[in-house]
Design a binder for this molecule. Structure first.
Ligand code: BES
Ligand code: MN
Ligand code: MN
Length: 457
């Protein structure tokens, strides 16, 4: 039997096993779920054993564990290192889910559950592609798997693991399914990811909450001040005003921009999907450029004062915000954090004190399209989807990709199959059954083409 026939024969079980994994609420950000995160790692260990690896280990870290597995056939063959994550974003707010986030259900040919697309569904495709290849004796490469439990919180301990296990992780290419495609009629390969700087700011006014009648108008309100400060971080053309912010931003040539513009994109449909009358972004750039090649600054959350039921007249002592900046080549996360901190302190009026606390960050990455792996991925798409994939830069971040380049000298092949409608990180996240099965098939074909090209080389 061929690997592709094996996939066809085992479709139902492949789905049931993913459901088991989706039932485990492995939320890495919330310590309440720590034992569930561990349980997800153990579940995967069992599945790797069943799939036919030589060895699998749960590697503890100071945070959540890494699942490492491998099957080494021969020194002569190329080695593929598969990376993915089994942790998920918090499912809050739960009441906006039509069905509970950790009780996977299929509706309209889609799997609804937290992590169905990001990244359990996409990561699990790799274990099943591997199983199909080994079970049919078609595996043409050595394979190593490194599946982490902290991607959604910055991959801090994975970075340490990579730095201290370079020999173990030796490979010819890294293969990742944790990104998207344009749509099912226009498959694409992600060739760029943005970096990230994430900070939390605290603005303090008076030393205690005050009566807003007795003091209002005479003492600075830190929430008002914070809002003014945030507003001033962008001008009316959507340009970020932090001095030096754009200094290292790589400008694309007109030719590169025209190439990008070839990707199919329907602004009307984009607006309809989001129910917005108009998009917003930096003047002089298209929507795809705004997410693909331009940096941003966004408030992710803002709070302070009284937000409970009814009205309480209070002039609060403190206000807070979480602010993220998406970065593009050749911006450096730590530098942008410093520029932000310096600027934010500088624009604070004397009436308040501010503190900036940095969170995790990561560097942007660009993937070359002239590699063997890219050609193999292209051929796999042509065979499985009957279409040539379009190279695309995406706005999301996978910080470990730049670190893999830096520490292992390896580029990642971003072979993702998510769609915008998957609504990752949102309530009612879902993943198409078509994409799940087509993804397993495409990955299987990638191995075949990659090994063949390697041989020819
Ligand atoms: N899989 C996403 C990244 C992604 C999404 C890439 C869509 C391309 C398209 C990943 O799990 C993620 O959410 N990353 C975080 C960064 C992390 C440091 C918290 C992100 O982009 O916000
Ligand atoms: Mn992900
Ligand atoms: Mn994510």
């Amino acid at each position: 039997m061929t690997a592709l026939a094996y996939i066809e024969d085992n479709k139902q079980r492949f789905l049931e096993e993913l459901f088991e994994l989706l039932r485990i609420p492995s939320v890495s950000a919330d310590s309440k779920f720590k034992s569930d995160v561990q349980r997800a790692a153990e579940y995967l260990k069992g599945k790797f054993e069943e799939a036919g690896v030589d060895s699998v280990e749960i590697k503890p870290t100071d945070g959540h564990p890494i699942v490492y597995a491998e099957k080494i056939l021969s020194e002569e063959l190329p080695t593929v290192l598969v990376y993915g994550h089994y942790d998920v974003q918090p499912a809050d707010p739960y009441d906006l889910w039509d069905t509970p986030p950790f009780e996977p259900t299929v509706r309209d040919e889609r799997i609804y559950a937290r992590g169905s697309s990001d990244d359990k569904g996409q990561m699990y495709m790799h274990i099943k592609a591997f199983e199909a290849l080994t079970s049919t004796s078609e595996l043409p490469c050595n394979v190593k798997f490194m599946i982490e439990g902290e991607e959604e919180v910055g991959s801090e301990h994975l970075a340490q693991f990579v730095k201290s296990n370079k020999e173990l992780l030796k490979a010819d290419v890294i293969l990742i399914s944790d990104t998207g495609i344009i749509n099912n009629d226009n498959p694409s390969i992600t060739v760029g990811l943005r970096g990230l700087t994430y900070v939390e700011v605290e603005v303090t006014g008076p030393n205690r909450d005050l009566h807003s009648g007795m003091y209002g108008g005479a003492v600075a309100n830190p929430i008002n001040v914070l809002c003014e400060m945030i507003t001033s971080l962008k001008d009316e053309s959507g340009h970020i005003t932090i001095p030096g912010f754009y200094d290292r931003v790589a400008e694309l040539t007109q030719a590169e921009r025209s190439e990008m513009a070839k990707a199919p994109f329907d602004l009307g449909q984009y607006r309809d999907e989001l129910e917005i009358d108009e998009e917003f972004g930096e003047k002089g750039y298209t929507t795809l450029e705004r997410t693909g090649i331009r940096p941003t600054l966004d408030v992710n959350g803002i709070w302070g004062g009284y937000t409970g039921e009814g009205a309480k007249t209070v002039l609060p002592s403190k206000a807070y915000a979480k602010i993220s900046m998406r970065l593009v080549p050749n911006q450096v996360s730590s530098e942008i954090t410093d520029l932000f901190t310096e600027h934010f302190n500088k624009i604070a009026p004397k009436s308040v004190k501010v503190e900036v606390r940095p969170h995790h960050g990561g560097e942007p990455a660009v993937i070359p399209t002239d590699s063997l792996a890219y050609q193999a991925a292209k051929d796999a798409f042509i065979e499985a989807w009957d279409k040539e994939p379009i190279p695309m830069r995406e706005g999301g971040s996978i910080p470990i990709v730049a670190l893999f380049q830096e520490e292992l000298g390896l580029d990642s092949m971003l072979l993702g199959f998510g769609l915008d409608e998957d609504a990752i990180h949102s309530p009612n996240e879902s993943y198409g059954l078509f994409n799940y099965y087509k993804g397993i098939e495409t990955i299987t074909l990638f191995y075949k083409h990659f090994a063949a090209k390697h041989k020819q080389q």
